[in-house]
Write a protein that binds this ligand. Structure first.
Ligand SMILES: *Cc1c(COP(=O)(O)O)cnc(C)c1O
Length: 514
């Protein structure tokens, strides 16, 4: 092999020097004042918006906003943070959806606590990466303490471990990856594995989260691998149906690799009977994963921790701190009862985490994670616990659960609405019911009301389908939301839906179709 050399005649290219203005944008000793100023300006913009918003959204449409974003020429910089922030008002801040507003009642988005925002500001500036010790140092130890703390709250025992993830979907994916590998432990050799994979099944509630299906697909399972088990009247999985399904699968030559219990279904806030599921799974030798993405807030609840009884017997647990711990996105974790199963996510790269580091007991979190470079999300929860403590967080979650019970009461006593089951957490699923003529317009009227409400920006509610019919959903996660807010939003919905039904029925009277 010849080594390329410059010929004496050729002048080597002049070394490039970035302009001083570009270098000044790098955070370092020389730019700390500029950093402080830029961040303070950004915080001021948010402060102005947060103080000024009188509704959770503006109802802007993609068609209206897209041209504004498209007009920005990304190849022609503005040169300073102030100008970019001015522009940001138009492309983002003015029309953002504000979860802190008490009439944002749609999805599982919480208002966020200030210590967590402080954590976010610190972690992003320091920019630790949680893959290896040599990129993180104390950050790795802090994440590990929080994993241990969470595992202890769950009651997973002395061998527990886990890792922070980007969200519940990734936590569920990793849990099912581990369960799949455990189920395949005896399938030695590629042929045995290939024969087993299409026979693997996952049982979960009919009200379970779609990320279970998506995970099954990513894990190369059969398209019908996820079996939706029927629920009871309160939308909790029926344990007897789980037991029957395990028997049926075995008779059909199928292998149940996991049962996924849900501690807080996304729509109904229902908590599967975890202790019964644990008993069934233990007897059948099946992995129990508990998806507590939503219900994990009960881990710190001063009054409702018992609703999670049985969770301590799970093999793996998903928690989303960014749902019920009032943390900003992203903040989630996967916990496992037996730390050894995390080896299924372990790969050693010479450049990053060579195997000898395991012998040297160097804590490299990448050995447990599906990600490589990874945010120090744990810092947000750390500062939250250090400033507020767990009881205060749990009290906030308790308050929204209580508020949801009041909201359920309000809707169920209101003759304009029909309400589904009372949530164990903080959702209310209901629909406007036209009386008299126009009853058959109920589906369309509820769809219309939701869209009209969103377009007004005055409130945001969610929608879902229950037994084939369109329903509306409140998800309460904001202690600032009052029962009066709920009542006001119900009036807005009834007005929109009622007008829709009225317009449709009178239109049919005046100009009959046919
Ligand atoms: C939200 C949710 C998930 C998904 O979590 P992400 O953080 O959005 O990825 C999974 N399971 C349940 C029950 C959820 O409510």
């Amino acid at each position: 092999m010849t080594v390329p050399t410059y010929s004496v005649e050729t002048t080597p290219p002049a070394p490039a020097t970035a302009p001083a203005a570009a270098r000044a944008q790098l955070l370092n000793q020389g730019s700390v004042e500029q950093y402080r100023q830029a961040i303070a300006d950004g915080v001021d913009r948010v402060v102005r918006r947060v103080s000024g918003v009188d509704r959770p959204g503006t109802g802007i449409t993609p068609a209206e906003l897209a041209p504004v974003v498209d007009r920005v020429d990304l190849d022609r910089p503005l040169g300073d943070a102030g100008a970019a922030l001015d522009e940001l008002e138009d492309v983002y801040l003015r029309d953002a959806v504000w979860f802190h507003h008490p009439r944002y009642l749609a999805h599982l988005n919480c208002p966020v606590v200030i210590p967590a925002l402080l954590g976010e500001a610190v972690l992003t500036a320091v920019n630790s990466s949680l893959d290896t010790w040599d990129q993180s140092a104390g950050a790795t130890l802090i994440e590990r303490r929080l994993i241990d703390w969470t595992a202890q709250r769950i009651g997973l025992g002395p061998d527990a471990d886990g890792v922070f993830t980007s969200g519940g979907s990734q936590s569920n994916l990793q849990a099912l990856l581990l369960a799949r590998e455990e189920a395949c432990a005896d399938a030695l050799g590629p042929a045995a594995r290939a024969e087993l994979l299409p026979r693997l099944r996952v049982l979960t509630s009919a009200a379970g989260h779609f990320s279970v299906q998506k995970s099954a697909k990513l894990l190369g399972l059969s398209p019908d691998a996820v079996i939706a088990v029927p629920t009871d009247g309160r939308r909790r999985i029926r344990p007897s149906a789980v037991r029957d399904e395990i028997v049926r699968c075995r008779q059909a030559g199928l292998v149940v690799m996991a049962v996924v219990g849900t501690a807080g279904t996304t729509d109904f806030g229902s908590i599967d009977p975890l202790a019964e599921l644990a008993g069934i799974c233990a007897a059948a030798g099946v992995w129990l994963h508990v998806d507590a993405a939503y219900g994990c807030g009960l881990l710190v609840s001063p009054t409702r921790r018992h609703l999670l009884d049985g969770i301590e017997r799970a093999d793996s647990v998903t928690v989303d701190y960014h749902k019920s711990f009032f943390q900003p996105v992203s903040s989630s974790a996967l916990l496992v009862r037996d730390r050894r199963v995390l080896r299924h996510a372990t790969y050693h790269a010479d450049y990053l985490n060579p195997a000898r580091m395991v012998e040297q007991r160097i804590p490299n979190q990448v050995d447990k994670s599906l990600q490589t470079t990874r945010r120090f999300d744990a810092l947000k929860l750390w500062l939250t616990l250090r400033v507020m403590g767990p009881d205060a967080l749990g009290a906030l979650f308790d308050e929204v659960v209580d508020r949801a019970a009041d909201a359920w009461q309000l809707v169920s006593e209101d003759p304009r609405f029909e309400v589904v089951t009372r949530s164990q957490l903080s959702t209310v699923v209901f629909r406007y019911l036209p009386t008299g003529p126009g009853r058959e317009l109920a589906d369309a009227a509820n769809l219309y009301a939701r869209e009209a409400l969103a377009a007004s920006g005055l409130a945001v509610v969610a929608g879902t389908r229950v037994d084939g019919l369109h329903f509306l959903k409140f998800t309460l996660l904001n202690p600032a939301t009052t029962v009066e807010d709920v009542g006001h939003v119900l009036d807005l919905i009834a007005t929109h839906a009622g007008r829709y039904v009225h317009d449709r029925t009178t239109a049919e009277l005046t100009c009959p179709v046919g």
